[in-house]
Ligand binder design. Structure first.
Ligand SMILES: NC(=O)c1ccc[n+]([C@@H]2O[C@H](COP(=O)([O-])OP(=O)(O)OC[C@H]3O[C@@H](n4cnc5c(N)ncnc54)[C@H](OP(=O)(O)O)[C@@H]3O)[C@@H](O)[C@H]2O)c1
Length: 277
């Protein structure tokens, strides 16, 4: 271990979905801990912007465009990281989302919508873990970004919560199966975190919905992307070397049943609005 707590100098960490939102916050935190960072995602513009931020902080980084729903892309991502930095010590599976057109009340979800959400957030997150583990020849730390949704009912985004719950369950199994390889597997479960996407086009666009969510949070604010990165830094650091199979919430203290009545009120209003067309 080096002199400073959480110093990641010499450690190589891959971040999927690292161009935007929470992923960019994670990359920023890793850069401040001086990791070698492999920033991945699909959108070239956001990746380049993130890389610029990392360069300004002064950490070594490369950009590897990759779609995690392609085995070939995942394999190329691992191979490129190994080629550039010689080893992979940490891998953060942050890529994931549920596009508004793919979610809704479960009664109407069709197979395409199910597959779009469950494949991205569950199936491909698993295969990314598997590829990461195979590449971690000197042990390592895998961090899956799940969600508060994994452990609560999710009216209107049901299959998303179920997919995240699946990742949390697999996180526990991978931690057991891969422990002897020196590989730790943990999950970070964020509550509502404001991102450019969620505040401009997504579920947090409306002020009243943001307020409803704030009402479920004991700390009385929603998350910002820089709330999540520091935990990722900790989980990939040597200081977390005895932490595995953990699901760690980052949510301002929000959980069922704290604030649940307020949340239910908000859900009921939305359901009523849908019923009334
Ligand atoms: N924001 C929240 O309130 C919240 C709460 C709990 C959990 N989470 C979880 O936190 C993670 C990040 O969420 P966010 O809100 O920051 O997301 P976001 O702003 O919607 O961005 C989604 C990220 O995933 C990447 N991504 C999506 N599909 C991908 C694919 N097929 N291949 C590679 N990358 C892909 C996107 O990059 P490109 O589009 O450029 O590829 C982007 O970086 C997700 O796993 C999400 O489920 C978010």
């Amino acid at each position: 271990m080096s002199g400073h707590l959480f110093d990641l100098s010499g450690k190589t960490i891959v971040v999927t979905g690292g161009g935007r939102g929470i992923g960019r916050g994670i990359v920023r935190a890793l850069a401040r801990a001086n990791a070698n960072i492999v920033i991945s995602g699909r959108g070239q513009g956001p990746l380049a912007e993130t890389a610029e931020e990392v360069a300004a902080i002064g950490a070594p980084a490369i950009v590897v465009p990759a779609d995690i729903t392609s085995m070939a892309d995942l394999e190329r991502l691992a191979a490129t990281a190994l080629e550039r930095f010689g080893a992979i010590d940490g891998w953060v599976n942050n890529a994931g989302s549920a596009s508004p057109s793919d979610v809704g009340p479960l009664i109407g979800i069709d197979e395409r919508q199910w597959d779009a959400v469950v494949d991205l957030n569950f199936k491909w997150t698993f295969f990314a873990c598997q590829i990461a583990a195979k590449a971690m020849t000197r042990g390592g730390s895998i961090v899956n970004v799940t969600s508060r949704s994994a452990s609560q009912p999710n009216p209107n985004t049901g299959q998303y919560g179920a997919a995240k719950a699946g990742v949390e369950n697999l996180t526990a199994t991978m931690a057991v199966e891969w422990g002897h390889m020196g590989i730790r597997v943990n999950a970070i479960a964020p509550g509502v975190v404001l991102t450019e996407q969620s505040t401009t086009q997504g579920s947090m666009k409306s002020e009243s919905r943001r307020q409803r969510q704030i009402d479920t949070v004991p700390l009385r604010r929603l998350g910002v992307v820089d709330d999540v990165g520091p935990l990722a830094v900790y989980l990939v650091s040597d200081e977390a070397s005895w932490i595995s199979g953990a699901i760690i919430p980052v949510n301002g203290g929000s959980r069922v049943p704290v604030g649940y009545l307020s949340y239910l009120h908000h859900v009921n209003e939305r359901m009523r609005a849908q019923e009334n067309g």
